[in-house]
Design a binder for this molecule. Structure first.
Ligand code: NAD
Length: 462
């Protein structure tokens, strides 16, 4: 287990190396990005094998998309845009931009960025932040999750063979290492994980006034609004709920459906699950739950609902039993109109369970969403523009996808981040470059303005 002192030595090594390098050229930054892309391209297969081993089972096709391709795309996007991002940004100046003074923002590397990652997309969430971190010209230290030990160890080895310790260094361990890591005097700390742990991370970072970007989770609602295409909407919702077995920060957490559409939705959900998974227990496309504790937590939600007399619909397509299985798979499960005191309505679900609440007027889901923590994502399905705009204006969430789920996260030109309990700050694309840069304000004084500015010097007159 790495000690605080060992990590601090690496931080100093990186900081000194960064200082000695000064402002790295676009070529140097692109070289770092290219090495990350090459690493992923060459080692995609073994990384997918490691992730599958860590999850018990995880579809390698899914891992190829959600972890390998999803990390390569932002790195390529950064490479393509780096020259544009690095350019100083012109700003208008007082008075009236007319008298020759000029203003601009120059972007400088912050230095050493620390980042802590979760287990659910271990490769994607370790490599995709490198796009903004490298594009902005920084060094970085990473603490991946202890819940994916094979993947984390493999990433440490691969990164070690492609980067010097003065560029990128990986430290393995659990809460104890995470606690020490987050108290290092970084130039910026990116934390991706749960809201509770984020509070401890922010407290530690505060000791050194380290600025933080917190990428958290929460309960992302879905509203099936007026005139939706129920078949298509349900397909998207159930895909989002079963991809990675619902272990996604942005997974649709619970659904609001009009009273009259409830049965149609349940029927469509049954059909869409059958079409995606003819069977579940040994289906190579269906990912298992990461570990026993999370499995027990999820089963607990269903048991609590059942014992409270709430209707539970298991979408167990081949009518299989799920006891004594080698891995922790759970069939997609709908919980119909759960009461709000149930844990499933209070905690982030992070699994293939979907509570459904019925409503009659759109104000009901809006009021419900607004009384809780601000969610990371929100999804609205429907064709009524007025209703859609009402939902957009009257709710606050990190991001939104209309007529689909999850997809705003894949748009590199859109910032990704939460608000309130779902996070602070954002990255991806240009916002990532800005998050990991210092935007230095520079004003070039003109002779004329400089003469006029003398009115600031006493003795003052009328
Ligand atoms: P977690 O918060 O339990 O752990 C995340 C990381 O923090 C791990 O590396 C862990 O070792 C470390 N850690 C644990 N205790 C720590 C401490 N006291 N100080 C410093 N570090 C500590 O989260 P998890 O279970 O790995 O991941 C699931 C959570 O992450 C969910 O809430 C999910 O919504 C969220 N998430 C968010 C995003 C996003 O981009 N917004 C992406 C993926 C997951």
């Amino acid at each position: 287990m790495p000690t605080y002192e060992e990590m601090l030595i690496t931080l100093e090594l990186q900081r000194n190396s960064s200082k000695a390098e000064g402002k790295p050229s676009a070529k140097t930054r692109i070289d770092r990005i290219d090495r990350a892309i090459n690493l992923l391209q060459k080692n995609g297969k073994i990384l997918c094998d490691a992730m599958s081993e860590d999850f018990g089972h995880r579809s390698k096709h899914q891992s190829r998309m959600t972890d390998i391709a999803a990390a390569i795309l932002p790195l390529r996007h950064a490479k393509k845009n780096i020259h544009r991002w690095m350019k100083p940004e012109k700003r208008s100046t007082f008075p009236f931009n007319l008298l020759g003074g000029r203003g601009e923002i120059q972007y400088q590397p912050l230095g050493v960025i620390g980042f802590i990652t979760p287990w659910n997309f271990p490769v994607q969430l370790t490599f995709s932040p490198l796009a903004g971190i490298f594009a902005a010209g920084n060094r970085t230290m990473i603490k991946p999750s202890e819940f994916t030990p094979n993947t984390s160890e493999l990433m440490r080895k691969l990164i070690g063979s492609s980067f010097g310790d003065e560029e990128v260094a990986v430290f393995l361990g659990g809460t104890e290492v995470g606690t020490l890591f987050s108290s290092l005097p970084f130039d910026h700390l990116l934390f991706t994980g749960s809201t509770n742990v984020a509070k401890a991370v922010m407290r530690s970072a505060a000791e050194n006034l380290v600025p933080v970007t917190l990428e958290l989770g929460g309960k992302s609602p879905v509203i099936l609004g007026k005139n939706p295409n129920i078949r298509q909407s349900t397909k998207s919702i159930m895909m989002g709920k079963t991809l990675n077995a619902g272990q996604i920060c942005l997974a649709p957490d619970y659904l609001f459906v009009r009273e009259e559409d409830k049965d149609k939705f349940i029927e469509a959900a049954r059909k869409s699950i059958s079409a995606m998974y003819s069977h579940l227990r040994e289906n190579p496309d269906y990912t298992s739950i990461i570990n026993k504790n999370h499995y027990k937590r999820l089963i607990g939600y269903v048991e609590e609902a059942k014992s409270s007399g709430i209707e539970v619909v298991e979408l167990n397509t081949a009518d299989e039993t799920f006891d004594q299985q080698a891995h922790y798979r759970i069939p997609p499960t709908l919980i119909i109109n759960p009461t709000d005191n149930l844990k499933v309505m209070q905690e982030e679900i992070f699994g293939p369970i979907l509570p459904i609440k019925t409503y009659t007027k759109i104000d009901e889901p809006i009021a419900y969403i607004n009384q809780g923590d601000r969610p990371l994502g929100l999804y609205y399905f429907g064709t009524n523009k007025k209703e859609r705009n009402k939902v957009l204006t009257e709710t606050i969430s990190g991001g939104v996808t209309i007529n689909d789920v999850l997809m705003h996260v894949a748009q590199e030109e859109l910032p990704f981040g939460g608000v309130g309990a779902s996070g602070m700050g954002a990255y991806h694309g240009r916002e990532g470059f800005k998050t990991f840069s210092h935007g230095k304000a520079i004003y070039y004084q003109s002779k004329l303005v400089s003469r006029l500015a003398k009115i600031l010097s006493p003795p003052y007159r009328e």
